[in-house]
Design a protein. Sequence first.
Length: 319
Amino acid sequence: MCTCNSACNCSAIQFPQGPSGPIGARGEYGGYSSNWLFDANTSNGTSFTFIRLNNAAFSSVTELYINDKNADGVDLSGFLASFNNSGNFGKVRVFKETDSSVFAMFDVTAVTDNTTEYAISVSYIESNGSFSASDSIVVSFADAGSQGATGTNGTNGTNGTTILVNNTSSDATSSALPVLIGTKTYTVPAATLASDGDKLRITANLRKTTGHIAAVTIQINSNWFTTTPPALAFVEGRDEMQIVLELTRKSNTTAAADIKWIQSSSPSYTGTSYFTYENSASIGIVNFTGATFVVAVHGAILAGGTLHCEQLTIEKLAI
């Protein structure tokens, strides 16, 4: 007799595969959740085990009314109270237990204990489908994190340039003696240069009749500003001039001056810088902090010509 345990030749016998087993039971929902039964009424006053929404349309819901007792009759008032999350609140998702594709999601904005039920104030986010009476509805809450600590202050930015005046009116003179050119004057407010190192930039753009001799000076408090030379003359063949005067406060009564004198034959005021005087002079001001001072553009032109001052700009510079 030959058996599989004997020395004779034998092979394994394969039996046919049996039928598939039944599908396992649906698993429990996860997360910080519990379930209630849906009541289609839209007012508060839920019965044990029920949840209501204050509007039939998910997108219009602003309150959830949830009884303290869940679908299993367990008191979950502590769970519902936790939606307050120390005033940080969070998000709540309600969905059909047997079909999670039917859901509504909201931001929680307030939590009110009404003794036997909680009113959860919400703001709509998104939804799909709709609930039917007595559906088992899962309520799942995700709390928002608490606000982080206030960050450190950033470093202070640099002060920006402040334009005190930008006079572009059409002003001219034909005087052979130095006079104020139209309205090209400005009273600088007290304390504009409040601290040593504060800077003021004065820019004047001028144009003259071709072929005529002309000169310009900037006066402060009715005194000619002392430069080398004291008045700036148009170079022969140049009909445009830009004067840039920067004042730097040295003390409450003195300031140093940097002067740049640009001339061109076109109205761009970007021609050759004929002279640059750095710290060429000191001016005396009675009181930078407590008194105003007046800046004025004066000029003269010979032989019946016309001298125009097309722009006067005064700026307090960033430091």
